[in-house]
Design a binder for this molecule. Structure first.
Ligand code: C2E
Ligand code: MG
Ligand code: MG
Length: 544
């Protein structure tokens, strides 16, 4: 069962059922004031004013009616039941105590009314705060408002990313998208157990928590709901989803970290183009959860991270055309950690430090090459999170200008599937970089979805065809056809193409026949250590 922290908003706005403890306090307080006034000699002294405290407390806690009742009750206690002077036994004049009683009742009523109106306004504000302003669906803040007891031992929590969000908005407008989203929400609400939580955590994202049954049956239950046709104005829509899943204890259902993990898993599913990914199956075995975030900043500053450089080759001439920088993490106790094991998590917070670190290192390497009279360009893998950060462009330009480096020697590789999550903003950022002189390449092309429609809009110089396709061209005609048409399409769009992951001569020959411009892969060279790359390039250039 979860023990939730007391929430300020909730405490103020909670429905006031008859609360025994409050009622007893509220009834006792006027009695205490009565006793105090009595032992201090009667109503002629000013202690009687303490009754206002008791009345205001009753009114704000129990509402206007109880405010009036306690006002009258206090008025009687300090009226006919209280002498003016205890020593002489003089009693009060009727008009005095009666007027006081009326004032007490009025104060109780007005305070009660004002505080209930205030609570209602706070409730409205709180509702606005915890619901999406346009869809009116519960949002992230709602997690803090939830009052359900999580009694089951385990819960299946999920992030649902709506992959074709941008496409729907572009084609049908935001209003239709909101209607679709509300319909999805309604289906989930209707078909999942009533104690499930469903939240719209972002424009294209839902969070779900349901009592654990069995992880795959939970996943398929949700997938089946999501796959139902959505009828809006007699038109049937289907949405495309990527699911990230994590099984947690009741204590963690309201914990934001739970959903950070499901978000990561959902993005992994999106990247791999699969329906769902379960968080614990992501290759993070070296780390327990977010331990990494804490140590990664140190890793960057303490030179535990290094860059390997993988050569890129011109297919026709076999000449070296550039290098790709690939990050490595040499952990002091855990050994070498590859980027796929930490990039996704680093992306949650540290991607800016990481990318600027890589950029600075790469610039230094380009300068080292220049001092050896070698003019080579190096590519950097950039996360779409970098592009969506308003500061990133200025930061990069500042570094490049300070280092006085020609931007055309630097290339940014951006993964196609990531770009498609929020393409418009990312594209306009890429345009700025391209205009400034940087080269742009679209990484892992083919792994994403719905990209053909966008391809013509993308400001890219090179399309890197995903190794998933490239390494199948030997055996599968369909993959060969995909690669062939991608190359043709790219050429029509005046882009160069690069085939990733070439591991053998046969694949290289096919790629060459298909007119691919550049190639990269173990067949030519594996990623080369930082300290060895200059000698390697020198000997390669000598051999050319
Ligand atoms: P990527 O950008 O597509 O890089 C190519 C990956 O394929 C590299 O893996 C490389 O070692 C591997 N590779 C190259 N040739 C072959 C081949 O012939 N066969 C096979 N099987 N693999 C080959 P690596 O270094 O493990 O990097 C994985 C991914 O991590 C990269 O994919 C990139 O998306 C990301 N990454 C690497 N360094 C950085 C970085 O500095 N920043 C960011 N944001 N991401 C990075
Ligand atoms: Mg790359
Ligand atoms: Mg790639």
């Amino acid at each position: 069962m979860s023990k939730k922290p007391i929430n300020f908003m909730r405490a103020l706005t909670s429905n006031q059922k008859i609360d025994v403890k409050n009622t007893i306090i509220v009834i006792l307080m006027p009695l205490l004031v009565y006793l105090l006034v009595y032992v201090t000699g009667g109503i002629k002294y000013s202690y009687s004013h303490l009754m206002y405290v008791a009345i205001i407390l009753a009114a704000t806690r129990l509402g206007p009616v109880m405010g009036v009742v306690i006002g009258i009750y206090g008025g009687i206690l300090l009226g006919p039941l209280m002498p003016l002077d205890i020593d002489t036994g003089t009693s009060q004049q009727f008009i005095n105590w009666f007027l006081r009683l009326i004032v007490f009742a009025l104060v109780g009523g007005i305070c009660g009314y004002t505080s209930s109106s205030l609570k209602k306004s706070i409730k409205t504000i709180s509702n606005l705060f915890s619901h999406h302003p346009e869809t009116l669906l519960p949002n992230k803040n709602y997690l803090r408002e939830i009052e359900i007891e999580f009694t089951a031992e385990e819960y299946t929590c999920m992030t649902v990313i709506i992959n074709n969000y941008e496409l729907i908005v572009d084609l049908l407008g935001i209003d239709t998208y909101h209607r679709i989203l509300k319909k999805i929400y309604m289906y989930l609400k209707r078909d999942l157990p009533s104690n499930s939580i469903i939240i719209q955590s972002d424009n294209n994202k839902l969070w779900i928590a349901k009592e654990y049954n069995e992880v795959y049956s939970d996943i398929y239950k949700v997938l089946n709901i999501l796959k139902q046709p959505l009828n809006i104005d007699d038109i049937t829509f289907y949405s495309e989803f990527s699911l990230g899943v994590n099984v947690v204890s009741g204590n963690d259902v309201l914990n934001l970290d739970t959903y950070k993990k499901t978000d990561i898993a959902a993005r992994q599913a999106q990247k791999q183009n699969v329906e769902f990914v379960i968080f614990h199956k992501i290759n993070l075995q070296r780390f327990s959860g977010f331990e990494l975030l804490g140590v990664f900043i140190e890793a960057l500053s303490e030179n535990q991270t290094t860059l390997d450089y993988q050569p890129k080759i011109d297919v026709e001439s076999n000449k070296l055309i550039g290098l790709e920088a690939l990050i490595r993490w040499q952990h002091p106790t855990r050994g070498l950690i590859m980027p796929n094991d930490f990039i996704l998590i680093a992306e949650t917070q540290l991607i800016h430090q990481l990318t600027t670190w890589v950029l600075k290192k790469v610039i230094k390497k380009i300068k080292d090459f220049l001092s050896e009279n070698i003019d080579i360009h190096i590519s950097i893998n950039v996360s779409v999170k970098n592009l969506l950060n308003k500061e990133f462009f200025n930061q990069v330009i500042k570094i490049v200008e300070m280092e006085k480096i020609d931007p055309s020697l630097i290339e940014f590789e951006i993964t196609e599937s990531e770009l498609m999550v929020n393409p418009d903003e990312a594209i306009s950022m890429l345009q700025k970089f391209q205009k400034y002189g940087f080269q742009i390449s679209l990484d892992d092309f083919g792994k994403g979805y719905s990209s053909l429609a966008y391809l013509s809009k993308l400001p890219v110089n090179i399309i890197k065809i995903d190794k998933g396709f490239v390494n199948k061209v030997k055996k599968e005609i369909s993959e060969r056809l995909i690669v062939k048409s991608t190359i043709e399409l790219a050429h029509k769009l005046k882009c160069k193409t690069l085939a990733e992951g070439i591991e053998d001569e046969e694949t290289f020959k096919i790629i060459k026949r298909l007119n691919c411009d550049y190639a990269q892969g173990f067949f030519f060279a594996r990623p080369i250590r930082d300290g060895e790359i200059i000698p390697w390039v020198k000997s390669k250039l000598q051999g050319e």
